[in-house]
Design a protein around this ligand. Structure first.
Ligand code: HEM
Length: 410
């Protein structure tokens, strides 16, 4: 008996490994098949993959779904000292207390004050790229822009940035589920976590003696003055801010510019109307999510998409799929920089999450990307895309490894 094509697709969808490296350059057609076939896909990690926007948004905004157990789901048996866990992986009330301590450094207003510094840095980075002629966008723009800004905010000296980048990279790779990591990658994560913590312990010690106008001095002051912040919490907070503050944004810059280059009509439109830079950034966040997924664990029995979850059950929320869900976004595979400009009722993408863990650095990430885009347009230049793009081996943080490019004056 012959089986209709659509049925074959559905069977494949429920058995296929959505994260096979061969799909990395363009996983979206596979997500579409899976999302259409099923809202929940049981994975070999014994957790359900949630494929649709509606269910992901509901879980993110329901505090019965905890983010305090990601290590158990993805890194079972790993000591917390080998993977510093800050408030990103905590539930209230600890989450509320710690997020409150750093949130004032990242309000839209405080971030707006950083604009002149971000603009200066972006201009410098573009000067260097133009001078280089042929260049790789990842090490020359996508990395140094967010790394420099978050390191300066924290108060980490410029000469330390290469170390910080190396350790961040090893930790970021280590956010993927442990079964996907090689023994070397797991060792590198442990080593990086230890070096990171030793580094910040030493730097905090120096700032206690001579405080400066930076976030580390501020956290050290809070830690000294009361019982609201332990030393371990302070160290984990510094590591998280440093890593979350650039290993994510690097992919927004490279994935976002790549989307623009692959859609010349949209690039031309942005050059004509640079005021579309802000909605263009939102569309870039939606279209190719730099943070591709997160996890939650049920604290109580609950039902999602007709499935009964017990307390202790885990889920993976695949933002990359939710952001292309046609039920949430009309014509979701179209890259449209006006999507967020013209229609106030358009759904928010999930790339910065929703609910209590909504990305603290969202205003900063937006500012950095918008500034980079405006500079790209202002200089009246184009980048040549290369034939082959290699993706970094990372499922949680999706991005390209290198982006060889050149400027062509037009
Ligand atoms: C949380 C994405 C940039 C700091 C998160 C979460 C996501 C995310 C998805 C929540 C995860 C969850 O709910 O499970 C992104 C993306 C970025 C970005 C896509 C860039 C394009 C930044 C920057 C900072 C930052 C620049 C700077 C400090 C944080 C912090 C949290 C967080 C501290 C924890 C918030 C909490 O748990 O309350 N981010 N992020 N992020 N992000 Fe970002």
């Amino acid at each position: 008996m012959s089986v209709p094509d659509t049925e074959i697709a559905k069977t494949e969808a429920v058995t296929f490994d959505a994260f096979d490296p061969k799909h990395w350059p363009d996983p979206y057609p596979r997500y579409a098949v899976t999302r259409e076939a099923t809202p929940l896909l049981r994975t070999p990690l014994d957790v359900h993959l949630v494929t649709r926007y509606e269910h992901q948004a509901a879980i993110l905004q329901d505090n019965n779904w905890s983010h305090a157990h990601e290590a158990e789901l993805f890194h079972p048996g790993v000591e917390h000292t080998d993977l510093p866990t800050s408030f990103l992986w905590m539930d209230p009330p600890d989450h509320t207390r710690l997020r409150g301590l750093v949130s004032k450094a990242f309000t839209p207003r405080t971030v707006a004050d950083l604009r002149p510094r971000v603009e200066r840095l972006v201009a410098e980075l573009f000067d260097k790229m133009v001078a280089a002629g042929e260049f790789d966008l990842v090490p020359m723009l996508a990395y140094p822009l967010p790394l420099t800004i978050i390191a300066e905010l924290l108060g980490a000296p410029a000469e330390d940035h290469p170390d910080l980048q190396r350790w961040s990279h090893a930790l970021a790779r280590g956010f993927d589920p442990d079964p996907l990591l090689s023994p070397d990658e797991r060792d590198a994560r442990t080593q990086a976590a230890r070096e990171f913590v030793a580094y910040f312990r030493e730097l905090i010690g120096r700032r206690r003696v001579s405080p400066r106008a930076d976030l580390i001095s501020e956290l050290a002051r809070v830690e000294e003055q009361g019982d609201v912040l332990t030393e371990d919490e302070m160290l984990a907070t510094c590591v998280t801010l440093l890593v979350a503050g650039h290993e994510t944004s690097v992919n927004l810059v490279s994935n976002g510019i790549l989307a623009l280059m692959r859609n010349p009509g949209q690039y031309a439109l942005l050059r004509e109307r640079p005021e579309l830079a802000a909605p263009a950034v939102e569309e870039m966040l939606r279209y190719d999510s730099p943070v591709h997924m997160t996890t939650r664990l049920a604290l109580a029995a609950t039902e999602v998409a007709g499935h009964q979850f017990d307390a202790g059950d885990g889920v993976v929320l695949l933002f990359g799929s939710a952001n292309r869900d046609p039920e949430a976004f009309p014509d979701p595979d179209r890259f449209d920089i006006t999507r967020y400009a013209t229609d106030a009722s358009v759904n928010r993408h999930l790339t910065f999450s929703l609910g209590i863990h909504y990305c603290l650095g969202a205003p900063l990430a937006r500012l950095e990307m918008e500034t980079a885009l405006r500079e790209l347009v202002r200089r009246g230049i184009e980048m040549a895309e290369t034939d082959e793009l290699v993706y970094r081996p990372n499922l949680v943080l999706r991005g390209i490894k290198t982006f060889p490019a050149r400027f062509t004056q037009t």
